[in-house]
Design a protein around this ligand. Structure first.
Ligand SMILES: *[C@@H]1O[C@H](CO)[C@@H](O)[C@H](O)[C@H]1NC(C)=O
Ligand SMILES: *[C@@H]1O[C@H](CO)[C@@H](O)[C@H](O)[C@H]1NC(C)=O
Ligand SMILES: *[C@@H]1O[C@H](CO)[C@@H](O)[C@H](O)[C@H]1NC(C)=O
Ligand SMILES: *[C@@H]1O[C@H](CO)[C@@H](O)[C@H](O)[C@H]1NC(C)=O
Ligand SMILES: *[C@@H]1O[C@H](CO)[C@@H](O)[C@H](O)[C@H]1NC(C)=O
Ligand SMILES: *[C@@H]1O[C@H](CO)[C@@H](O)[C@H](O)[C@H]1NC(C)=O
Ligand SMILES: *[C@@H]1O[C@H](CO)[C@@H](O)[C@H](O)[C@H]1NC(C)=O
Ligand SMILES: *[C@@H]1O[C@H](CO)[C@@H](O)[C@H](O)[C@H]1NC(C)=O
Ligand SMILES: *[C@@H]1O[C@H](CO)[C@@H](O)[C@H](O)[C@H]1NC(C)=O
Ligand SMILES: CC(=O)N[C@H]1CO[C@H](CO)[C@@H](O)[C@@H]1O
Ligand SMILES: [Cu+2]
Length: 579
């Protein structure tokens, strides 16, 4: 629901509860919800997003490059039989803008500088909830945006702090705004990143509207010898998310909060019934009978995917999140949480028949929610050529060797506790990390170059994918809490894991970290009722060089749950590096 200034003025003296009721009744004036089973699957072909090089080449010598990427409101066809949808899309121009946005291919060690420009209209296509801590332009006109490059090891000024937001033409700016042009140094390990909006309290609606795109850092000297499938035809990026629509094609988001008297619009988790891959609902892709590499980004708000092929084809994992694994790992299925990136090789020559369906069987919310059905359990279809070919492809067992986690180098241990709060009716009102709000003073101040252990205690019923900006981490172990109720009661009173004697409770069942997730990651799924121990490094893993930027500068960094609806309602904290 769009809130125009006139309507806000008109309603200025109404209660929030009334506002909720009022906007909901307006929502009913629009088209009915689309039943996604009306959309035939596999009719649209998989799109390949436009590619943009993040470097120039002068007589064969790579040079730093400046890009200008805009955010535009435009119409997008998600399916042959769905009317065009108004979306917000990244692109070098309105005509070129796509959902997801262009894939940026950066080169290791060469700066890519991007001026992200907001050309969005004054009012949002999706409902805002101004009762949560939110980016709010003074006159409520303009859509706040700020771009975060997920997985980037870069300066704080270019990190896309949630309060560094800006509206169209940089007319209004958030309190932590730094500059117009962001610099990405690309000195980190080669791998897969993605850029997306990160504006305070608006991340879920800005992503739902379409503000996501892929970014790869390539390092040819290290990667070429691996001999993985390469080139635009065989190295593909798949950005997967779920959406619901109305019959007129518009994106549907339930705009009635679970606790409308507290938050008129906020709901704890968005799930859509249509699975979108590279901007098309349940697409198909025709492939040759050979190996392909897929970099699969989960850009859902809250949906987890447990991917598998219906005909038994396997995945050879070569990377997870933004780093290569030391060794390849083969699986039949794997779980991808919100914002995680799988980097897999699939060998279609091993297929017994001529098509394969990529499917998902993760319950939602994960892990205790409802099972999926045929619609939300199907992702896309691969039509495999019958013609056999010898691609000479291989996937080496040994990939890129990075140092493992070194426990003797740990200088600080922290406890990070996840809490969910409920109203008297038992509906979630908000979530906190360590029992404090986003605006509470900073409590985490790691030293530049340090290695730390963070024990993440999940006292909620959900699996929360925790994402830490700047740092890379390894998940060491996951241990169930015993006497959870007793421990939780103590934590609810004291909010102090040591005083509540965590070591007496963190002695339950231990769950092995899956082999494909044992490398360096930037997101990890925190199991409910468990303590997950991670080793976080605030330095590069691919070199002993120090950061080529001042990591202690303002506005610092953040860490948060990557279920966007949680992140938007306070499950996020700032942190600052010190010397
Ligand atoms: C959607 O349509 C299918 C097939 O007509 C039907 O079985 C299903 O119950 C419908 N779902 C909803 C939520 O109306
Ligand atoms: C990109 O930014 C870096 C760091 O600020 C700077 O050194 C470089 O010259 C810039 N490149 C271009 C092409 O402007
Ligand atoms: C929207 O959410 C509200 C509150 O949870 C719920 O009562 C209502 O049924 C939902 N509407 C639809 C169409 O799902
Ligand atoms: C997914 O499938 C389940 C099971 O049939 C169904 O109840 C649900 O409405 C579907 N849609 C979403 C949003 O997940
Ligand atoms: C995508 O991420 C969401 C949460 O961000 C998660 O719930 C979902 O399972 C993930 N899907 C896949 C396919 O990994
Ligand atoms: C391919 O094989 C799987 C498993 O054997 C089967 O379920 C599926 O129907 C087959 N598909 C086709 C198009 O033959
Ligand atoms: C681990 O860290 C300790 C302390 O900094 C250091 O002495 C040791 O060499 C490191 N081990 C490895 C294998 O890097
Ligand atoms: C946990 O509870 C059991 C009985 O319910 C009790 O015997 C045990 O001492 C408790 N452990 C802790 C650490 O409190
Ligand atoms: C970093 O330093 C260690 C110890 O001096 C050395 O073994 C390692 O090879 C260095 N790593 C890189 C990437 O240069
Ligand atoms: C300590 C605590 O609250 N643990 C909860 C973790 O999540 C499970 C559900 O998965 C609950 O049953 C526990 O109570
Ligand atoms: Cu969460």
């Amino acid at each position: 629901m769009i809130k125009t200034m006139a309507r806000v003025l008109l309603l200025g003296f109404f209660s929030l509860a009334l506002l909720g009721v009022f906007t909901t009744s307006l929502a009913q004036d629009t088209s009915p919800l689309l039943n996604s089973s009306k959309l035939e699957m596999f009719v649209d072909e998989l799109l390949d997003m436009p590619q943009i090089l993040g470097f120039d080449s002068v007589y064969g010598v790579p040079r730093s490059k400046s890009l200008e990427i805009g955010m535009y409101s435009k119409k997008w066809k998600f399916h042959r039989d769905l009317p065009p949808t108004t979306v917000y899309a990244y692109g070098v121009s309105k005509e070129a803008a796509t959902i997801p946005g262009p894939t940026i291919r950066a080169l290791h060690g060469i700066y890519t500088n991007v001026t992200w420009k907001n050309y969005l209209p004054p009012n949002h296509i999706l409902p805002w909830d101004t009762t949560i801590t939110i980016a709010e332009p003074a006159n409520k006109i303009g859509i706040p945006t700020v771009v975060h490059l997920h997985g980037s090891i870069g300066e704080p000024e270019s990190d896309g702090n949630p309060k560094s937001w800006f509206t169209a033409g940089f007319k209004e700016k958030g309190p932590a705004w730094t500059k117009e042009t962001y610099s990405y140094n690309n000195n980190q390990q080669p791998g897969n990143l993605w850029y997306h909006d990160h504006a305070m309290g608006l991340t879920r609606v800005n992503l739902l509207a379409g503000l996501v795109g892929a970014y790869h850092i390539n390092h040819p000297e290290l990667e070429a010898p691996l001999g993985l499938p390469s080139g635009v035809e065989f190295d593909r990026t798949l950005i997967v998310f779920d959406r619901s629509f109305r019959t007129d094609g518009s994106i549907y988001m339930n705009s009635t909060g679970d606790n409308p008297s507290i938050h008129p619009h906020w709901q704890p988790e968005y799930f859509g019934d249509t699975i979108i891959v590279n901007g098309k609902a349940w697409p198909h892709m025709t492939v040759r009978r050979r190996m392909y590499r897929f970099r699969i980004i989960n850009a859902s708000n809250a949906r987890f995917f447990r991917f598998f092929f219906t005909n038994g084809l396997r995945f050879i994992h070569v990377g997870f999140d933004s780093a290569y694994l030391n060794e390849a790992v083969t699986t039949n299925e794997f779980l991808l949480g919100p914002s995680e990136i799988a980097d897999v090789v699939v060998d279609f020559s091993k297929s017994k028949n001529d098509s394969a369906i990529l499917a998902n069987d993760a319950p939602y919310p994960y892990p205790t929610g409802d099972p999926v059905d045929e619609e939300n359990g199907t992702v896309m279809k691969f039509i495999i050529s019958t013609h056999p070919e010898n691609d000479m492809g291989r996937t080496p067992n040994k990939l890129i060797q990075y140092p493992g986690p070194n426990l003797s180098s740990v200088t600080q241990t922290r406890y990070i506790t996840m809490y969910e709060y409920e109203s008297s009716t038992g509906n979630p009102t908000h979530l906190y990390l360590n029992g404090i709000s986003f605006d509470s003073p900073i409590t985490e101040t790691p030293k530049v170059g340090a290695t730390e252990v963070w024990n993440v205690i999940n006292l909620t019923e959900d699996n929360h994918p925790l994402h830490i900006h700047l740092g890379l981490f390894v998940a060491l172990d996951q241990t169930a809490l015993v006497n959870e109720t007793e421990f939780k009661n103590c934590m609810t009173k004291m909010n102090d894991a040591i005083k509540c004697e965590i070591s007496k409770y963190a002695i339950g069942k231990s769950v092995e970290v899956p082999a494909e997730e044992k490398g360096w990651k930037n997101v990890f799924k925190m199991r409910p009722g468990y303590v997950t121990k991670i080793l976080v490094k605030f330095s590069f893993i691919n070199s002993n060089e120090s950061y080529p930027f001042d990591a202690t500068a303002k506005p610092g960094y953040v860490y948060h749950c990557h279920i966007l609806d949680h992140e938007d309602n306070e499950m996020m904290r700032p942190f600052k590096l010190i010397k």
